[in-house]
Design a protein around this ligand. Structure first.
Ligand code: FPP
Length: 258
């Protein structure tokens, strides 16, 4: 199977071939800010929610392709702690999306051996959303392949503040000495601790042309590579993912070294 690097317009070029056989060249943990649903809909004179609906279909496509490529963790920013500021109808629609997604996609996730996990303040989600997520986690808990990690009602600053409070409690209770606080201790209190060896992000992708991090995995992105594309999330397809990974394979990660 021959895969080609593709340009922004999705036309294949034969300049760079993705190295699918070099496992070390596939980012283990890809995190995506799925931006541009609203603009996609607006361009088509559709309501914003139509963009989110199409965005959900993109989630299905990208999940399958990432899993087949050999990605270990795919974290998707589905709803931030700031997204509650949107109009009620849009928030309601976004809260229904995980229900529809898992209703229609869990059999495929099982077939693909994909395991669902979640990070975020899920206690604050509406009951139907929370239940759908919990059921999907339960249904896929024995899968051993890629982790599909949804960030739902997630905010990185709040995550770090909560971690800090937990550590302070441990110190107060005499269970932890201040001088023993280190990166490992801190990471154990982050929501991403469930990702084990993959909790650091390797590759952070943001669609739609915006170039900011928006309170997403601030600690975990410390040494990740960033990729920004003008493609709107509903248009981000398998070829676009392959193009992004092709770019990752040209990067030289030094982790502060030389
Ligand atoms: C940002 O685009 C997107 C969101 C806030 C929601 C992302 C949600 C999905 C892609 C669907 C998620 C699917 C599941 C299964 C949970 P925007 O609305 O800010 O777009 P705009 O910047 O063009 O207005």
């Amino acid at each position: 199977m021959k895969h080609f690097f593709r340009n922004e317009k999705n036309k294949p070029t034969d300049t760079t071939e993705i190295l699918f056989n070099a496992a070390e060249k596939i980012p283990h943990h890809i995190a995506i800010i799925m931006d541009g649903n609203g603009r996609w809909a607006q361009k088509k004179f559709l309501p914003r929610i139509a963009g989110h609906k199409e965005g959900m279909n993109t989630v299905k496509k990208i999940t399958k392709r990432a899993s087949q490529i050999g990605v270990k963790v795919l974290t998707l920013y589905a709803f931030s702690t700031e997204n509650w500021k949107r109009p009620d109808t849009e928030v309601s629609f976004l809260m229904q999306l995980p229900v529809d997604f898992f209703d229609t996609f869990v059999p495929d996730l099982i077939k693909e051996n994909v395991k669902v996990q979640v990070i975020g303040f899920t206690d604050q989600l509406p009951l139907h959303t929370k239940k759908a997520v919990e059921q999907a986690i339960e249904d896929t808990k024995n899968n051993t392949g890629m982790i599909l990690n949804f960030a739902l009602n997630y905010g990185s600053r709040s995550e770090m503040l909560e971690a800090t409070k937990q550590i302070a409690e441990q110190v107060k209770a005499g269970e932890l000495a201040v001088e023993d606080i280190n990166e490992v201790v801190f990471e154990q209190q982050l929501m991403t601790t469930t990702l084990g060896e993959y909790q650091d992000v390797d590759y952070m992708i943001r669609t739609s042309g915006e170039e900011r991090i928006s309170n997403f995995l601030l600690w975990q992105n410390a040494y990740s590579e960033f990729y920004f594309t003008k493609v709107l999330w509903p248009d981000f397809d398998e070829a676009a993912l392959e193009q992004a990974i092709g770019v990752y394979q040209t990067r030289h990660r030094r982790f502060g070294g030389i």
